[in-house]
Write a protein that binds this ligand. Structure first.
Ligand code: APR
Length: 224
């Protein structure tokens, strides 16, 4: 089976009702990214950071995978589909995709401060007095400025792609944004996004649509 590698970003989950990061004036759910998605923000105000991710986790419990997530899961009948996602939601898994690598962490997991202990917490809140490995428990999220340990695995996956698909990411955040450059020379690359994505090389096939419609179109192309 051909390896279909899919890099997804916030736009993948937009039709499920989860807002993207850069479509709203640099604010994310009314917060400055520096306040809720950096280790400095955590040190300044851990209560705010915990509240923010508790809200995101509660929201995740309410939303459903969209048609785009389901099409990617269905494509496993025809392709060896490997998803690399920047999203911290679990909507790919809930749509039954079986190979999902999370570059930026997962909302339904928590860890200790050194990230050496990771625990499934489902949809429950993390409280200010919850501990793990004798430190305050924190969300298992890769904040800005933190290491991205899964990037090496992601690079290996992209290096072996037969087809690469990029969906719903502005490609503004590295190292994820650089993954495309590891695709083999003759690997076709598709990009699905309703807006123009900056700095895409001209050999990328652009499908200027939302994730669900764009994936319906791509499925027809791939199964032809
Ligand atoms: N379908 C597909 N794409 C969409 C849709 C949709 N329905 N709606 C919006 N988009 C596109 C936007 O046009 C934009 O190009 O999704 C993209 C979202 O870009 P960002 O908000 O920048 O999200 P992303 O690229 O995933 O951000 C990367 O930055 O904040 C950090 O760690 C966080 O993982 C995140 C990373």
């Amino acid at each position: 089976m051909k390896k279909l590698v899919v890099l997804t970003g916030a736009g993948m989950s937009a039709e499920s009702g989860i807002s993207t990061f850069r479509d709203s004036d640099g604010l994310w759910e009314n917060h400055r990214v520096e306040d809720v998605a950096t280790f400095g923000g955590w040190l300044r105000n851990p209560e705010l950071v915990l509240k923010f991710y508790n809200e995101r986790r509660r929201q995740l419990a309410e939303v459903q995978p969209n048609k785009g997530h389901r099409i990617l899961a269905e494509l496993e009948k025809n392709f060896d589909v490997q998803i690399i996602t920047q999203n911290v939601d679990n909507l790919h898994e809930r749509a039954s995709s079986s190979q999902v690598l999370h570059l930026h962490g997962e909302l339904t997991k928590a860890c200790n401060l050194s990230k050496t202990i990771v625990e499934d917490i489902g949809y429950r809140d993390i409280k200010t007095n919850d501990t793990l490995g004798e430190t305050q428990m924190r969300p298992f999220i890769v904040w800005f400025g933190e290491a991205v340990p899964e990037i090496e695995n992601a690079i290996k996956i992209v290096e072996n792609a037969d087809i690469l698909v990029i969906i719903g990411t502005s490609l503004k955040v590295y190292p994820a944004a650089g993954l495309m450059s590891y695709a083999p020379e003759l690997c076709p690359i598709y990009c699905i996004d309703p807006k123009e994505v900056d700095n895409l090389p001209d050999y990328v096939h652009v499908i200027k649509k939302g994730a669900s419609q764009g994936l319906e179109e791509l499925r027809k192309i791939l199964l032809k």
